[in-house]
Design a protein around this ligand. Structure first.
Ligand code: FAD
Length: 454
C-alpha cells in the first residue's frame, strides 16, 4: 500500500499551500482532488488577496497575461444613501482563480508534493480505532493510502471532517444552507470612460460592492445575502434604486457561497486536521478565506513538521498547539467580529446613514480592522463619544432605542467572545469545560440566520 507522511484532501488554495509548506520541509505529501486538472478552481473567476500577504506567506506572485487580473489600492465604504465615504488604503491583487490554483499546484509540486486528480476521498482508514490513512476513488477503482495525518481541505462540503465518528475530537457538523453567505457577482462593462473604476466602493447596508475586474471598462458588482441568492437579488434591486450606478451592460453572473458560522472548537484529532472552508476559516465581515486559512496552515505546517521529525503517532494531544496558537493569532479576533456581527440587528437606511455621518461604529478605524482581520476594540473615550452621539440620535428621532440596544449588545458580545477565546485551553485537559462555556456563549448570541444584519 502507498504511504505518505500527510494526505491532503482538496488541491485548491488551502490544500496546495499546506502541501508546499510540508514538502519544502522535507515531508512526503500526497494531495488528492476529485476534479480534473482542467476543472480545478473553475467555481470562481476573480478573487483578490492583500498584496502584503504574498510576502507574509511567501506566496508566488501572479503574472500578466496569465493569472494576474489587476491591482488597486483605494477603497471606500458609503452609507445607505451613498454618502459619508470612509476611505481605506490597502493594496490588493486580483487574480484568476483556476490559473492561480494551477500556479500553486506547480509551486507545491516543485517542492516535492505529489498530486492526484479525479481522485475523490471516500473514507478514512483506521488502525486500532485511530486514523491511519484514507480510501479514495480514482477511475472507478477504490484505492487505499496510508498517512500519518489526513488534512481536510475539501472546502464547504468538508468531506473528510463530516466522516469523522462522533466524539473523535473535531466536530463533524455539516455547513448547512442557513450557515452560508450567498454571493452573486455581476461582471459588467461600463459605458462611459468617466465611470471606469480603479478602486472599490462598498455599501454595508446592502452588503453590496463594486470592484475592478481586469480590463479598464469592466467592473464586478457583488452582493451577499444571508439566506439565499433570491434574497440577494431583492437587496440588489433595492440598492440599484437607492444608489445611482453608472450605465452598464451585464456580461455574466457568477454565484458561490462562503461559510458563515463559527469554526469547530478544535481543528485537530488523532491523525487529523481540518482547514480552509472545511473549517470555516473565513473573515466574518467579508467571507474572504484564501489567506485567512493560511494563518492556521502556517502554524499547522510548523507543528506537524516538528512532530513528523520527532516520529511517533500524531495524536490530538501532540497536535494541540495548532489550536492554541491559531486562536491567539486569528481565532480570537474572528470570534469577536462574528459575535459582534450576529448581535447587530437590522438598522433602517436612515439609521445607517446616521452612523456613517457620525462615525458611530461605521468609521474608517472599524473598516480597517475588519479588512485586516484585527480585533474590533474601542477605548473608553471612543465608547463614551459614540454613546453620546447615539443618545443625541435618539433625542432627534434619528435612531430607535431598539437599534442602539442591539448594537451595544453586539459590541458587548464581541468583547465576551474575545475574552472567552483568550482563555482557550493550553492542552486537552481544560477542553471539555471550555466547550461548555463556549456552547453557552454562542447560544446566548442567537443564530446567524435569525440575527444577521439585514
Ligand atoms: C463569490 C465568492 C467570491 C470570493 N472572493 C474571495 C476573495 O476575493 N478573496 C478571498 O480570500 N476569498 C474569497 N472567497 C472565499 C474563498 O473562495 C474561499 O475561502 C477559498 O477559496 C476556500 O479554499 P479551500 O481550498 O478551503 O476550498 P475550495 O476552494 O472549495 O477547494 C476545495 C477542493 O476540494 C475538492 N474536493 C471536494 N470534495 C472532494 C472529495 N470528495 N475528494 C477530493 N477532493 C474533494 C474540490 O474539488 C476543491 O478543489 C470568495 C468566495 C465566493 C463564493
Amino acid at each position: 500500500m502507498e504511504q505518505y507522511d500527510v494526505l491532503i484532501v482538496g488541491a485548491a488554495t488551502a490544500g496546495s499551500y499546506f502541501a508546499r509548506k510540508l514538502a519544502e520541509a522535507g515531508h512526503s505529501v500526497l494531495v488528492i482532488d476529485k476534479l480534473s486538472r482542467d476543472t480545478l478552481g473553475r467555481r470562481l473567476d476573480i478573487f483578490h488577496v492583500a498584496k502584503s500577504d504574498f510576502a507574509r506567506f511567501h506566496l508566488p506572485l501572479p503574472e500578466q497575461n496569465d493569472d494576474f487580473a489587476f491591482e488597486f489600492s483605494r477603497g471606500q465604504t458609503l452609507s445607505a444613501f451613498n454618502r459619508y465615504p470612509k476611505k481605506t488604503q490597502n493594496t490588493v491583487v486580483g487574480m484568476h482563480m483556476p490559473r492561480y490554483i494551477a500556479r500553486l499546484n506547480a509551486w507545491a509540486r516543485e517542492a516535492g508534493a505529489a498530486f492526484r486528480h479525479n481522485a475523490a476521498f471516500i473514507d478514512f482508514l483506521y488502525e486500532d480505532g485511530r486514523i491511519a490513512g484514507a480510501v479514495y476513488e480514482q477511475d472507478g477503482q477504490l484505492r487505499e493510502v496510508k498517512a500519518k495525518l489526513v488534512a481536510d481541505c475539501s472546502g464547504i462540503p468538508s468531506v473528510a471532517r463530516r466522516k469523522l465518528p462522533d466524539s473523535y475530537g473535531v466536530e463533524n457538523f455539516e455547513i448547512d444552507d442557513t450557515e452560508k453567505f450567498y454571493v452573486t457577482l455581476r461582471y459588467v462593462v461600463y459605458h462611459d470612460p468617466k465611470d471606469y473604476v480603479s478602486g472599490t466602493r462598498g455599501w454595508t447596508y446592502y452588503k453590496t460592492w463594486e470592484a475592478p475586474e481586469g480590463s479598464a471598462d469592466s467592473a464586478i458588482l457583488g452582493v451577499g445575502a444571508n439566506f439565499s441568492y433570491d434574497e440577494g437579488e431583492k437587496v440588489f434591486a433595492a440598492f440599484e434604486k437607492a444608489v445611482k450606478l453608472p450605465r452598464y451592460t451585464l456580461k455574466r453572473i457568477e454565484r458561490g457561497t462562503t461559510p458563515y458560522r463559527r469554526p469547530p472548537y478544535s481543528f485537530v484529532a488523532d491523525g487529523f486536521l481540518a482547514s480552509g472552508d472545511a473549517a470555516c476559516l473565513t473573515k466574518p465581515s467579508a467571507g474572504e478565506g484564501v489567506t485567512a486559512s493560511m494563518v492556521q496552515l502556517e502554524i499547522a505546517a510548523d507543528v506537524v513538521g516538528r512532530l513528523l521529525d520527532e516520529g511517533g503517532y500524531l495524536t490530538r494531544a501532540r497536535l494541540w498547539p495548532v489550536n492554541k496558537r491559531y486562536v491567539e493569532a486569528q481565532g480570537k479576533a474572528f470570534a469577536g467580529q462574528l459575535a459582534t456581527l450576529i448581535g447587530a440587528m437590522s438598522t433602517s437606511a436612515k439609521e445607517n446613514d446616521f452612523f456613517f455621518q457620525n462615525d458611530v461604529i461605521f468609521s474608517e478605524k472599524t473598516f480597517a480592522a475588519l479588512g485586516n482581520g484585527e480585533p474590533l476594540t474601542f477605548s473608553a473615550g471612543e465608547m463614551a463619544s459614540m454613546a453620546l452621539k447615539m443618545f443625541r440620535g435618539v433625542l432627534s428621532r434619528q435612531l430607535r432605542i431598539s437599534t442602539i440596544r442591539s448594537l451595544l449588545s453586539g459590541m458587548k458580545n464581541g468583547g465576551r467572545a474575545e475574552a472567552l477565546y483568550a482563555e482557550y485551553p493550553a492542552d486537552e485537559a481544560g477542553y471539555d469545560a471550555w466547550v461548555r462555556r463556549a456552547d453557552a456563549f454562542w447560544k446566548s448570541c442567537g443564530s446567524m440566520a435569525e440575527n444577521a444584519i439585514e
